[in-house]
Design a protein around this ligand. Sequence first.
Ligand code: HEM
Length: 501
Amino acid sequence: HTQAEADVETKTTFSPSFSLTASATFQLATVVAVLGVVFIYLKFFRRANIQAKDAPPFIPSQVPFLGSAIEFNKNPVDFLIRMKNQYGPVFTIEMAGKKFTYLMGNEASSLLFNSKNEDLNAEDVYAKLVTPVFGKGVAYDVPNDIFLEQKKMFKTGLNIARFKEYVPIIEQEVRDYLTRWGDKGEIDLFEAFSEMIVMTASHCLHGPEIRSILDERVAHLYYLLDQGFCPEAWLLPSWLHFLVPKLRRRDAAHVEMKKIFYAAIEKRRASGNKGEDMLQTLLDTPYKSGRYMTDDEIAGMLIGLLMAGQHTSSSTSSWLGVFLAHNTEIQRQCYEEQCQVRGTTFEPVDYDQLKSMRVLDNAFRETLRLRPPIHVIIRHSRKPLNVCGYTIPANHSVCVSPTANQRLTEIWGEECANFNPERFMENDGLTSTESKFCYVPFGAGRHRCIGESFAYLQNKTIWSVLLEQYQLSAIDEFPEPNYQNMIHTPSKSVVRYEKRK
Ligand code: HEM
């Protein structure tokens, strides 16, 4: 303070023992006012938002900003089931400053699967993550009715006639791949299935031209694209993605990958040949408006198709491998079934044989119950929504956890944590049709997966050849899921294999 300023200041006296200058009083008043606003916000607005009389119960946490994130990430399934038992089927948790409302069990989950996309929206949640990988003009970058048309095109391409053609293609790919295994050794199942899934999916769905150029360079591009599915992409606004090196690499890989697809599309057109694959379907099928897809849209759809099935299938098959390595009796039953269905000389696998492999089918189904790769399905509430007597406020992330719903004791029994494929022998394994949203590894409603039949066909064919040739046994303790990944792969998936005599 200069002397002049000091002269202007008048002294304000509050009491004989406590006096302040006018500027200090002003500063104090400002602090009090700010604290007052914060207090009023916390007491009336924020709490009203979370704890309005009919809002779902809010789960408190002592950790500022991160909220329940640390506890949730230790073991999301246990956490959610504990919260359901304590707070009921609908509750809100705060994580990293965002509010997540979980819907548990059949009645609550029906809200997510039955709501209109305008009310509980998928694009608001997924676009930021998915559009830079798949590209513009497809999936969550277009209005949902257009995406539904695109899904319909996929569905027409995934028909039984095509499936019959795909089985021998997958079988041959797997036989070729397994030659490198030799008589016995140790193998990381997740790595092995990732390779088998990408080669077989690319061959069947993209077609021979694209499969033939699937070398290490292209596999690396997929890897870089895949690195884009990370928490940074989720948390940062899109315009800040360029700050993160792996997101810059994702964008560069996207441009490269598109070029490869453009060339393959051109080659197919120029050849005049018709393929039995999704590339052909997308070239031949117009939108309702009569417009055909641009090459850019076709390329985006083909990238999306491959990526949608990649981790989902490789994670599920790795878990199945882990379950079978630890449950040798069930593995034996799966092998016996191969002998029965294909004969001890092992006829080439065909589509009808796959249909009659009930034991293998149930083992895959049970793996999807205990370890669904998409462990949480999320929507954004664009307006308040009512469920189970509560009103979920707008701007919440509304979630259903397939993993948690698929492990509720009231639906699946006290032994629900055990791997028991036989539970699907009688019916669909559920105690009543009223529980349909308690088995949702492929989702439900308008966003339901269109790849389920292909996934069963692809994974069962791979397993048929694998079981025919090799026996698996466990090395380590049964692994925990890797909860840090977006897909909960096994934390250790190395097993021992030995060629059958
Ligand atoms: C949607 C799971 C394989 C294509 C979904 C959804 C789930 C799922 C849970 C719903 C997502 C949501 O509601 O937000 C799985 C699992 C698979 C698998 C467990 C394998 C074991 C595939 C394959 C393809 C595919 C092989 C393609 C050939 C799609 C598509 C959607 C979808 C296009 C629609 C997304 C939407 O409408 O928002 N999948 N999927 N999936 N899946 Fe799959």
